[in-house]
Design a protein around this ligand. Structure first.
Ligand code: SAM
Length: 212
């Protein structure tokens, strides 16, 4: 179902600058409409964020592709996602052969997505809680991706990143953020690349925003 739409979306992402063939191939396979609420299904392959309930969103496909490409991972890499949401980003990473660990703070979203992962056989370790403290038991991670925007980079995430690993995180105010891409050069040194103009829902937690 929707195979043509998926191929067309992958082509659009390519035209917008996504060049990693593994990312594009995952977008051709993962069925985004299964991660989108029924009333929104017909918009599943439009390059836009969509509401998933509880004031949260499934991110824009271009953003998911851009962040996944920025992680620069190889199959079998261990990757931590903060903000499971609909599960689409985690499913893309799993389709690419990553070992996926994902944390969601909203219980209702967590259980809904856990059920979906069971049904679709998406392989990911899931946890319900505050992702700003990371997941120390499974650290270090080759990649960490944060899909909600915070005021600062949570120190635990930098610590739990492996040397040579990448951390991709939107940082800014509640309205708009810059995507920060850190490469860990040594236990204390990081290289930073910044890409402006992103807008994510807020990262709420110990090292995020306070809940309103
Ligand atoms: N990756 C998601 C997807 O593919 O649908 C996008 C998720 S949505 C833009 C961001 C999610 O982050 C929301 O579900 C929100 O509840 C969650 N979130 C916010 N703060 C969090 C935190 N501290 N720890 C874990 N999840 C958090």
């Amino acid at each position: 179902m929707y195979e043509n739409e998926r191929n067309e979306l992958a082509e659009k992402l390519k035209n917008k600058g996504i060049s990693d063939e593994d990312v594009l191939s995952a977008f051709r396979k993962v069925q985004r409409h299964l991660f989108v609420p029924d009333v929104m299904k017909h918009h599943s392959y439009v390059d836009t964020a969509l509401p998933i309930g509880y004031g949260q969103t499934i991110s824009q496909p271009y953003t998911v592709a851009f962040m996944t490409q920025a992680l620069d991972l190889f199959p079998d890499s261990k990757v931590l996602e903060i903000g499971t949401g609909s599960g689409f980003q985690a499913a893309i990473l799993a389709e690419m052969g990553m070992k996926v660990y994902t944390i969601e703070r909203n219980e209702k979203i967590f259980f809904k997505t856990q059920k979906l992962f069971d049904e679709l056989k998406v392989r990911a370790m899931m946890r319900c809680g505050d992702g700003t403290i990371g997941w120390n038991e499974y650290a270090p991670f080759d990649g960490i991706i944060v899909t909600a925007g915070g005021p600062v980079v949570p120190p635990a995430l930098k610590k739990q990143l492996a040397v040579n690993g990448r951390l991709v995180i939107p940082v800014g105010d509640r309205q708009g953020q810059t995507l920060q891409i850190y490469t860990k050069l040594s236990e204390t040194d990081f290289k930073l690349i910044e890409v402006p103009n992103f807008a994510f829902v807020p990262l709420i937690g110990k090292d995020g925003w306070k809940e309103k």
